[in-house]
Design a protein around this ligand. Sequence first.
Ligand code: DLL
Length: 435
Amino acid sequence: MANYYQPEIETASREKILEIQNEKIVKQVKHVYENVEYYRNLMDEKGVKPEDIKSVDDIKKLPFLTKADLRDAYPYGLLGTDIKNCVRIQSTSGTTGKRVVAFYTQNDIDIWEECCARAIVAVGGTNEDVCQVCYGYGLFTGGPGLNGGSHKVGCLTLPMSSGNTDRQIQFMMDLGSTIICCTPSYAAYIGETLAEKGYKPEDNKLKAGIFGAEPWTEEMRRGIEKSLGIKAYDIYGLTETSGPGVSFECEEQTGMHINEDHFYAEIIDPETGEVLPEGSKGELVFTSLDKEGFPLLRYRTRDICVLSREKCSCGRTHVKMSKPMGRSDDMLIIRGVNVFPSQIETVLLNEGYTPNYQIIVDRVNNSDTLDVNVELTPEQFSDKVGDIEARERALEGAMRTMLGIGPKVHLLPPKSVVRSEGKAVRVIDNRKLHD
Ligand code: DLL
């Protein structure tokens, strides 16, 4: 039996959803044009006026926003309201030195948490559940978003944050957690640790897990379901549009319903920017229909997906997106943290190294590893082992500060990073992330 948090909107007719979207977009574009100089300039350059946007069909006339715009406008250039109306920031990686900073009014937080509440109710959550949130808390949106959603549903919320697996397991067992929220790789790791400690899947009270923030395969889903004895559901989102809960899986487990009353989704050709017909594979673009603090219009997510309007047996009418099938840029997600090779390059240049480097990513025991091989110049090269090691640790520290996760750095003799005849191969990703 399907459960909804806001049935009237989650199962609304297509006409009703369009009516809501059309009403919101006209207001939102006018508001952004009047209040966000950065975007007004982009619209003026394209010769689009707010009056040209009469319905969501006209969204394709608007200019795109990208992570590069977020960097150019950092920190306040895309703010949609007076800063005194904002109550929170959240943040994720930028492409180089500056992070993406998103602003929220209280209304934005309420809507975001409602979206997460929809996801929790969709997996069977009620006020009788104990919801263990082990996404990171802090600037990352995972912890705060699911925490807020869990409160709205009335679950007993365990704000665990990530890490300290022994304590996670102790609370899970002692307090009888029934829903767990974390990255899929952490869920797999918890499952493995439970088994190592001698627990069988039926020893815990978990019934469902809400996993996202990084790509994962159907094979991983089956593994997690088996090791934890639960149903594993996907959840998607990004800081720029709020955080987790932009879309979520229902009991059908065949894609994630996008909360269309708040986000308008398009699929474009990543090369040409052209809007593709329904059912095509391409880059997902979101327009926030009612965000106040950070109202991004036509934000290019770089996630490659397919949208489907096939009728869903759960009764929800909102469009479904497939699992992201890759990215149209070079962003990596390592242990749930977004990492751009350009951030690593920035650290190397800042620290006086050359940009001859290679990033090697792998997954060992359900945990991602990140190694960075960096070539030294003949002047930098030293045959004193201690000297090299000290420099490796210093570089690891600088990278940890920039990335939010610590890589293992290996300083190599001159000419040891393979030169490519074409485009330099900077990243070797040995993980299997997509089906
Ligand atoms: O990862 C928000 C989030 C937190 C989503 C918790 C789900 C659960 P960012 O740090 O801004 O936000 O990273 C956003 O992560 O563009 C995708 O590339 C990737 N991503 C998010 N969810 C999924 C998913 C959070 N379910 C970027 N499957 C997005 C695959 C995902 N990739």
